[in-house]
Design a protein around this ligand. Structure first.
Ligand code: CMC
Length: 427
């Protein structure tokens, strides 16, 4: 007999089924709770709430395990590449050689962005943050691609996936070109996706640009590590926006906005700014650890802690090694890396961090690599967004094909029960 959870409320006992996933995680299915009892559950920040059934990404925060479609992140980061991982996440299986080539070529069909999009970019002030521009441009893609996607048609869905992958990369790099005052660049269909990222960013009309294969390899790995992370803040946003049957571009645009926050993807920029501040102020790492522990000080150690990982973030382990490799291969000596290492050591030996299971997360080291690769600090979160794109697409697609209901949480009202309107001249 399947497991049941019993709830006793006001002398009455209610039974709720327990559902179990393939990795043996269990959840009490309370979908009938309100109908049966009149009560709802309260779980701010959704720390204990499963919002969907998903077969895309598994993560075990206690054990530090992350898998995409059953493959460990360690194996994918070592053996695969970003487009192959994107295909895996979105379509559920590793592609054959022919499928992968077709996917790459089909993305190339959509790498031209409507020229009129440039008018929108021109409207932004130079000081605009690239993430703000990216969210707006992604949303604007809806206007330039108004045909709604028939989610029941495999052909329509496939086309929407390729279109999003193609156009998003281009507009993501345009946010940088805009800030720099450079002419906007076009995708080169003879080059790979990640090579194009470097070209789109840094190739200038004044001279040839040589793509460094070491840089491309490092970026490819970083994109793989960021590609999905189950129901995090931005992914849940994409799913919930999409649950109202808003389109893919609109949902992804909302995901970009959610990712921007410093507690989520914006942390990679915040980490670098924090390390830089420590360096400028004499490199006193211990002082910043003390500040982070002080409950009267809002300062937190950026790049530390995670909602789900209560063990080392497996992505941080891979990135830490990649940072060492990239810096030594490119011959870069960066004082920021030394400060990061000291900070990590000091925090990991400190009881405050130990007792709360606060370990470095993916954002702690990614910024150091981006910096070594010449990516400006305010573009770090855009890099995260490019990496996360296939995950968002996969989750949106899954949510629509599972025919999930519109996302609409409940609340416990704590305001006034009833007031009588007082005219303005009597207040
Ligand atoms: N520095 C100092 N104290 C911290 C930190 C930190 N970075 N993170 C958590 N704590 C403390 C927090 O003050 C609380 O202490 P207490 O129990 O005494 O009240 C305890 O640890 C638990 O923290 P929490 O805020 O309840 O944990 P959470 O699961 O709600 O938050 C987090 C997770 C990632 C938002 C948080 O750890 C944080 O703000 N970290 C810094 C920002 C960061 O690096 N974000 C990137 C996350 S990974 C990539 C991504 O998702 O985008």
């Amino acid at each position: 007999m399947s497991e049941l959870a019993k709830l006793e409320l006001n002398g009455k006992v209610y039974e709720f089924p327990v559902v179990e996933g393939t990795e043996k995680e269990k959840a009490i299915d309370i979908s009938k709770l309100r109908d049966l009892t009149g009560y709802v559950t309260m779980d701010q920040g959704y720390k204990n709430t499963g919002a969907c059934f998903s077969s895309i990404t598994f993560l075990d925060g206690e054990e530090g395990i992350l898998k995409y479609r059953g493959y460990t992140i360690e194996e994918l980061a070592e053996k695969s590449n970003f487009l192959e991982v994107s295909y895996l996440l979105i379509f559920g299986n590793l592609p054959t050689k022919a499928e992968l080539e077709k996917f790459e070529n089909d993305i190339r069909k959509y790498t031209l962005v409507n020229e009129e999009m440039k008018n929108i970019i021109d409207g932004f002030p130079k000081s605009a943050h690239p993430m703000g521009i990216l969210a707006s441009l992604t949303s604007a893609l809806t206007a330039f691609n108004p045909k709604s996607v028939n989610v029941n048609s495999e052909k329509d869905m496939y086309e929407a996936v390729c279109k999003t992958m193609g156009k998003f990369l281009v507009i993501a790099t345009w946010t940088y070109r805009k800030n720099m005052g450079y002419p906007l660049n076009y995708y080169d269909n003879t080059k790979s996706y990640v090579e194009n990222f470097m070209r789109l960013m840094f190739e200038l009309p004044t001279g040839p640009y040589k793509i460094d294969p070491i840089v491309v390899q490092a970026l490819d790995k970083l994109f793989i590590l960021h590609a999905d992370h189950e129901q995090n803040c931005s992914t849940s946003t994409v799913r919930i926006v999409g649950s109202s049957h808003a389109g893919l571009f609109a949902s992804i645009s909302a995901g970009v906005s959610a990712l921007w926050g410093p507690l989520h993807g914006g942390a990679n920029q915040a980490v670098l700014e924090m390390l830089e501040e420590i360096r400028v102020n004499g490199g006193d790492v211990a002082k910043y650890v003390l500040k982070a522990k002080d409950k009267d000080d809002p300062f937190r150690l950026m790049g530390f802690g995670h909602r789900v990982y209560k063990n080392f973030d497996p992505r941080a382990k891979i990135i830490k090694k990649a940072a060492d490799d990239v810096l030594s291969t490119l011959g870069i000596e960066d004082p920021i890396l030394d400060i990061a290492k000291q900070l990590e050591k000091t925090a990991l030996e400190d009881d405050y961090f130990k007792s709360r299971n606060l370990y470095p997360n993916v954002d702690f080291y990614s910024g150091i690599i981006y910096r070594a690769l010449g990516i400006p600090t305010d573009m770090f979160t855009v890099m995260f967004a490019i990496g996360r794109l296939p995950g968002w697409i996969a989750q949106w697609k899954e949510m629509r094909s599972n025919k999930e209901p519109i996302g609409r949480p409940r609340q416990i009202f704590t305001g006034h029960t009833q007031l009588t309107y007082v005219p303005i001249n009597q207040r």
